[in-house]
Design a protein around this ligand. Sequence first.
Ligand code: MD6
Ligand code: FE
Length: 209
Amino acid sequence: MVNKTEKIPGKPLCVAGFRIFRGALVPRAQSRVLGDILQVIEQAPLFSPMTPYGRKMSVRMTSAGRLGWYSDRSGYRYVDRHPSGTSWPSIPDSVLEIWQVFLPDAPQPESCLVNYYGEGARMGLHQDRDEGDFSFPVLSVSLGDDALFRMGGTARRGKTSSIWLKSGDVVVIGGAARLAYHGIDRIRSGSSSLVPGGGRVNLTLRVVR
Ligand code: MD6
Ligand code: FE
């Protein structure tokens, strides 16, 4: 699953408290996870959330797990149903295995947010703070096209650093970085052939409570 036969993640690259595990998933593992996520998308189709300010997000989303992230004029929150009214599909085992390898001491994640970036999609600088409990890290998995990831501190206008995330990279934000600002400035369209039709899929796994 993960790059090491003994299933121990290698030493991460640390930027502003973000732990970046480059190439954590070998290509075979990336294909398996993506295949499982495409099935999630079949059951719970991608949709474009509306921000509380009334703008449509350029990233399309869906979720797996007990809770899914949702946004509309009433604000950002976790809900137990897809907009179609059905419960979210369960988090695939291939995805739970990644969480298990990187965060063996954390409880099981309750939510796996699936973000799809087509050409031109981006995600503004934000904090992940819609969860009821910040004691556990958020783990992200990048699949498909490269993405320019910007990382800052806990102040909105603080200094930031950027790095290109590639398919198979895993990022863990926990501890002091759990509430750090981050975002995706842009995608390098066509840089990967993993996702059918192109684009980037990012998974973020969380304990919500
Ligand atoms: C993305 N990632 O990579 C957006 N959040 O498309 C996130 O918003 C994120 O990478 C929390 C922890 C890690 C992340
Ligand atoms: Fe985030």
